[in-house]
Design a protein around this ligand. Structure first.
Ligand code: FAD
Length: 416
């Protein structure tokens, strides 16, 4: 009847969906993006990595972002017990971008989506994917509900599920898998300071490590707003009581560095909480579909890898779909799954070793080892596929080994 037929249906217009859509549109394929919300909409994930700039550039979405004049992020700062660990992306092992942005995601995602619409991409806002049925050849019939409850359907040769926290296909196809990361949660809001400090304090993202496993992010935006958020084990965050505002206010007392600066400042919205945010899936693709971004996997915010993983997986899956639709053979297991899992595996090690304390030992050990720092800096810039970097190639072994050496050294010092 009135079922439309297209090449690729994309679920979600976040960074993942927008990058996938841009590439497929540039290839001349017929596509449609279905987005549940009305933009601009809030989403967390405000600190980007240099690696994702390549993705925006490649699909022609960099200029619309540059025009927004977001706060430039040229590195990241970590604080613990008075020790400062500063990473500067221009001092990294790998080739590639040495800056990116700190962004209010409502504006950032809106700029991407608006640019696509301007170019002619069909995005249906306030339309929600409610069901998908796959035929044995991979063709799908997707059921969509608009905000008036009107139902429509679309058939597509491929679906890219970029639905982020919506996790449409993982839910519908029962693809959820337990995450390898311990259960952590987060609480966050935005503030506007009357008198924001100059220099690094007012511009650079800082991670204030208040205990071994609880930390606070402070992310200044160019519009004068600053994002504040705590991350930690779920049981620790749940030990705070009261309204979200009361809880966050109480937690801010843990931060020696930031407590006074943000004390008494109104939260721009009641702090939001995301509990047990780590997600994983049994498989990253299937006949007729690929999962990208947060719909596929989310580890932890500590290295700001979410958006970069979202755009990396989006661009790759879009390329492979375009290739397949041109009649070429694609080995999804090798070309998509194995590749994505490799990069995720590197980040997973860093996240795990952050919370075991091993990585923190390396970050805050003095004097610093400049060579090690450059190599770790590449990982923090998102260059997790660069095998010339020993801290990528041997990620798991090397982080543990260096931490053990630091332990041995400090034991020796104590016994002298
Ligand atoms: P999203 O940006 O979530 O976009 C998905 C879109 O799909 C949404 O617009 C949604 O409305 C739409 N959608 C959902 N369901 C449906 C449906 N049924 N039909 C149609 N549309 C639908 N990442 C970073 O890079 N840096 C950070 O600093 C960072 N900090 C974080 C802090 C916390 C506490 C957490 C939990 C995460 C953080 N992340 C961070 C991760 C980041 O939020 C995500 O990785 C990123 O937003 C993923 O982008 P995406 O495009 O996959 O999904």
């Amino acid at each position: 009847t009135n079922t439309k037929s297209i090449d690729v249906l994309i679920i979600g217009a976040g960074p993942s969906g927008c990058v996938a859509a841009a590439h497929l549109f540039n290839q001349g394929l017929t596509i449609k993006v279905i987005e549940k919300s009305k933009f601009p909409r809030f989403v967390i994930g405000e600190s980007l990595l240099p690696r994702c700039m390549e993705h925006f550039e490649e699909v022609g979405l960099l200029d619309c972002l540059k025009a927004q004049e977001f706060e430039v992020k040229s590195g990241a700062r970590f604080l613990k017990n008075g020790v400062v660990c500063d990473f500067d992306f221009s001092q990294k092992h790998s080739q590639g971008w040495d800056w990116t942005w700190q962004v209010p995601r409502a504006d950032f995602d809106n700029a991407l989506a608006e640019d696509l619409v301007k170019k002619g991409v069909n995005i249906a806002f306030e339309h929600e994917v409610v069901d998908v049925e796959f035929a044995s050849d991979g063709k799908s019939l997707t059921t969509i509900k608009d905000n008036n409850g009107v139902i429509s359907t679309i058939t597509a040769k491929f679906i890219i599920d970029s639905s982020g926290y919506g996790r449409v296909l993982p839910r519908l196809l029962d693809l959820d898998a337990p995450s390898a990361i311990p259960k952590h949660s987060s609480i966050f809001t935005h503030v506007k300071e009357a008198d924001r400090p100059d220099g690094i304090e007012g511009t650079l993202i800082t991670f204030d490590v208040v205990t071994d496993d609880v930390w606070l992010w402070v992310i200044p935006f160019s519009n004068g707003v600053t994002s504040l958020g705590f991350v930690g084990p779920t049981e620790i965050l749940e030990s705070y009581h009261g309204t979200p505002s009361e809880k966050l206010k109480e937690m801010m007392k843990m931060s020696n560095h930031y407590h006074d600066r943000f004390d008494g400042i109104d939260y721009l919205f009641e702090p939001r909480e995301i509990k047990n945010y780590s997600k994983a899936v049994k498989q990253l693709y299937g006949k007729g579909y690929a999962l990208t971004g947060n719909s596929a996997e989310f580890l932890d915010p500590v290295f700001s890898s979410g958006v970069t993983f979202a755009t990396e997986s989006a661009l790759l899956s879009a390329k492979l779909i375009a290739k397949e639709l041109k009649g070429e053979k694609v080995n999804w297991e090798e070309e998509y799954s194995d590749y994505i899992k490799e990069g995720v595996g590197v980040f997973r090690t860093y996240v795990k070793e952050w919370y075991t304390g091993n990585l923190q030992k390396i970050f805050f050990h003095r004097p610093e080892n400049p060579e090690i720092k450059k190599q770790i800096c590449s990982v923090l810039a998102g260059y997790v596929w660069d095998k010339t970097n020993p801290f990528v190639k041997n990620h798991s072994r090397l982080v543990k080994t260096v931490a053990t050496v630091i332990d041995m050294e400090s034991k020796q010092k104590k016994s002298v």
